[in-house]
Design a protein around this ligand. Structure first.
Ligand code: GLA
Length: 716
């Protein structure tokens, strides 16, 4: 809950297990504490004014460079990274924001952007009357999740124009400088690889300038007290609810503190605000755990599952799909699709998804995007025969779209070349032979919404895969005034959120899955629309252990769409057994992505048991606590333990990468079980105490390359 101590002028923001505290005693909000829950005590002794022994209170003596400001601004003596930078009409950069009022409420919403729901929110308003600017800082706390969220609403309350040059979402200063930064880097088909580097003096930052959260660096920054491990130590998880260009940073400073701040990337950014206009920053989730990186992940997972992902999808069974992409790519006809449908039916797979290639003149990736009408050359009778076939065989039907894009070789582009993002006089940059639609324009958004809706409303569609296969270039729209061109990427993503909201909210019975050339737009803002996101175009079981391990650092397993595909694997050529591929795909929203009509009978016969096993463990995938027992980046084993919240059930999946001959084996220690309870291990018939399983562990030996070791635990 949120508590304000009138006497000391300290705000205590308390979420499950944590305290975030700041004071406003000098008018300027000063950060005091973010970490484990502490008593509501007088924290003034932690204040940093005039650090290094100078008298803090002597007028003219203190230096803002030591102040742990909640909203650090530029050009007032704080030489570290500011949260806000804003020029007045004369170009002056000074901004002096002082407390004016606060208000506590039970709801919050970021204008035009997805945000968390629930919790209790503090709205604290600071103003600069000289400049004519107000900023309201929103802080939300949750009783059931160890995180606080923040965003800021900036308003022009004066008579002249304001030019925002940096509008980050948050800033806080941690005591000391002994921290590491944990980030997730990647590329197409190898997304979200963890990387840990020490915070040094100066700035360590990660960013995207692509107009997308991107596969290259996820909008996440872990701040780990030096020495923090997977299971112990202070770990802060900073996760931005945003899908466009971002920057997150940690700065080791001369005052011996570490500043952490970030939000919309200010590279190339500016936005003008006329009198009366406002600007919301995206929301950031700030999670904390004293139980290491694993605890931080669980804090983020709980926050996303309880306060971000559409509630209807959080715990309800997900579709188990058969997707035709890797089975046929663009080369399909009714016959091939019917064969896949027929061979998949009756085996626990419940939805057939027709991927790219069903529309326009889409026979390869050079044409058709934007033309959301059926490809009659390929499918002369339209989608109906496919949908009927699905229904006759007891399957639902899903369809692929890429609504944000256009191929130059399309009717849409020929009719409206100006609807693609471009700068007059320059040839727009192609990527995958396609351009991006200018979603800052209302008529373009209306076209996309109407075109997608027309297909959804005239066919029985239960599932949509929403793809996006390139990033922004040009960063310009003829429809925007010159003073707002610097906010193009931001305004574009507001346009994306608008079409997502309009299409998705008007089709409540359709399940929407996100995708972006694999998992290149895997961020919390997308999760607010799409309960699950295609994790990667790399479907190899071995690589997937790494990708899913890295992704799980921030995102719950239920958010990761994971499919069993054919071997040799399409992307890396690796061989692994059908069982191993299924075991990896079961650690997320599972499905299949292969030609079932080409599978040997013995593999087809295994699908019913695989889908039944998934349905059985699905409650743990969706709502359980994740314990990462073994790291595939630093050992030859990947091991995830999923434990029910009430600790009555647990599921262990271990996958060996490269094995050794003459191996002694080892004991793998469980975590998160009830130490005093006895657990029945289904595979061996053993009954062991939780304490034994967690202290001594389970013996692992005799593993083969890419072999699996699975155990089901039931509390007796
Ligand atoms: C992207 C997706 C794939 C598939 C193709 C279709 O790469 O990640 O799953 O849908 O597009 O073009």
């Amino acid at each position: 809950m949120i508590f304000y101590d009138e006497q000391t002028k300290i705000f205590y923001l308390e979420s499950k297990g944590l305290t975030y505290a700041f004071s406003v005693s000098e008018g300027i909000p000063e950060h005091l504490w973010f970490g484990a829950r502490i008593a509501r005590d007088n924290l003034h002794f932690t204040r940093g004014w005039g650090a290094n022994g100078f008298d803090a209170e002597l007028p003219g003596q203190f230096c803002r460079n030591h102040l742990a400001a909640e909203v650090p601004t530029y050009a007032r003596g704080d030489y570290r990274e500011p949260m806000l930078s804003c020029r007045g009409e004369a170009g002056e950069p000074v901004c002096e924001l002082r407390y004016v009022r606060h208000h506590i409420s039970d709801s919050h919403a970021v204008t035009g952007m997805p945000s968390t729901y629930g919790g209790q929110t503090l709205e604290l308003t600071v103003e600069d009357p000289v400049k004519g600017m107000e900023a309201t800082l929103f802080y939300t706390v949750f009783e059931d999740a160890p995180s606080v969220t923040r965003f800021a609403r900036i308003s022009n309350t004066g008579k002249g124009m304001l030019k925002l040059e940096r509008a980050y979402s948050f800033s806080f200063d941690l005591p000391g400088n002994q921290y590491d930064v944990l980030s997730l880097f990647g590329a197409w088909a190898r997304e979200r690889m963890p990387e840990r580097t020490p915070v040094r003096h100066g700035v360590t930052s990660i960013d995207s300038k692509r107009g997308s959260s991107s596969a290259v660096l996820n909008p996440f920054l872990g701040i780990l007290a030096r020495g923090t491990s997977e299971t112990s130590g202070d770990a802060y998880g900073v996760s931005l609810v945003y899908s466009s260009s971002f920057r997150l940073l940690a700065e080791g400073t001369q005052s011996g503190r570490t500043r952490v701040c970030g939000g919309i990337n200010d590279f190339g950014f500016s936005e003008q605000l006329a009198p009366g206009e406002g600007f919301d920053t995206p929301e950031v989730v700030l999670a904390y755990s004293g139980e290491g990186i694993g605890g931080m992940s669980r804090a983020l997972h709980d926050t996303f599952r309880s306060h971000l992902i559409p509630p209807a999808a959080v715990a309800s069974p997900r579709p188990i799909v058969i997707n035709n992409w890797e089975a046929t790519f663009f080369a399909f006809d009714y016959e091939k699709l019917f064969a896949i449908i027929d061979s998949s039916a009756g085996r626990g797979i419940d939805t057939f998804v027709l991927d790219d290639g069903w529309f326009g003149t889409r026979d390869n990736d050079r044409s058709g995007l934007g033309d959301w009408f059926i490809n009659r050359t390929k499918l002369p009778q339209g989608l109906t025969p496919i949908i009927d076939r699905c229904h006759e065989r007891g399957l639902k039907f899903g369809l692929w779209f890429e609504p944000e894009m256009v191929n130059p070789d399309s009717d849409l582009y020929r009719a409206h070349p100006d609807w693609a993002v471009h700068v007059p006089g320059y040839e727009p940059m192609l990527c995958r032979h396609q351009l991006m639609l200018d979603l800052t324009r209302g008529e373009v958004r209306d076209y996309v919404v109407n075109a997608v809706t027309a297909i959804l409303d005239t066919n029985e569609i239960d599932y949509v895969k929403w793809d996006s296969n390139r990033n922004l270039t040009e960063m310009y729209s003829e429809s925007l005034p010159a003073g707002s061109q610097g906010a193009f990427a931001h305004r574009w993503v507001l346009g994306l959120y608008d079409i997502c909201r309009r299409i998705i909210s008007s089709h409540p019975s359709v399940f929407f899955e996100g995708c972006s050339g694999g998992g290149a737009r895997f961020d919390p803002a997308m999760l607010a629309f799409f309960p699950q996101i295609w994790t990667s175009d790399d479907t190899d079981a071995g690589m997937r252990t790494r990708i899913q391990y890295g992704t799980s650092i921030v995102y719950p397993l239920s958010a990761m769409s994971c499919h069993v595909s054919a071997c040799p694997n399409h992307q890396v050529g690796r061989m692994s057994t059908f069982e191993t591929r299924a075991a990896v795909a079961h650690l997320g929203a599972t499905g299949y992505e292969l030609n079932t009509s080409h599978l040997p009978q013995e593999e087809l016969d295994k699908i019913p048991a695989q889908t039944a096993e998934y349905r059985r463990m699905e409650p743990l995938v969706q709502s359980g606590d994740l314990y990462r027992l073994s790291d595939p980046f630093t050992s030859s084993d990947f091991a995830f333990l999923l434990v029910a919240k009430d600790r009555s059930l647990a599921h262990l999946t271990l996958i060996r990468q490269m094995t050794e001959a003459n191996e002694e084996g080892f004991f793998l220690r469980m975590q998160g079980l009830d130490p005093d309870a006895v657990y029945f291990i289904e595979e061996t018939g053993e009954r062991l105490h939780g304490s034994t399983l967690m202290q001594v562990g389970i013996r692992i030996r005799g593993m083969r390359d890419f072999g699996i070791f699975i155990r089901h635990f039931t509390r007796q």
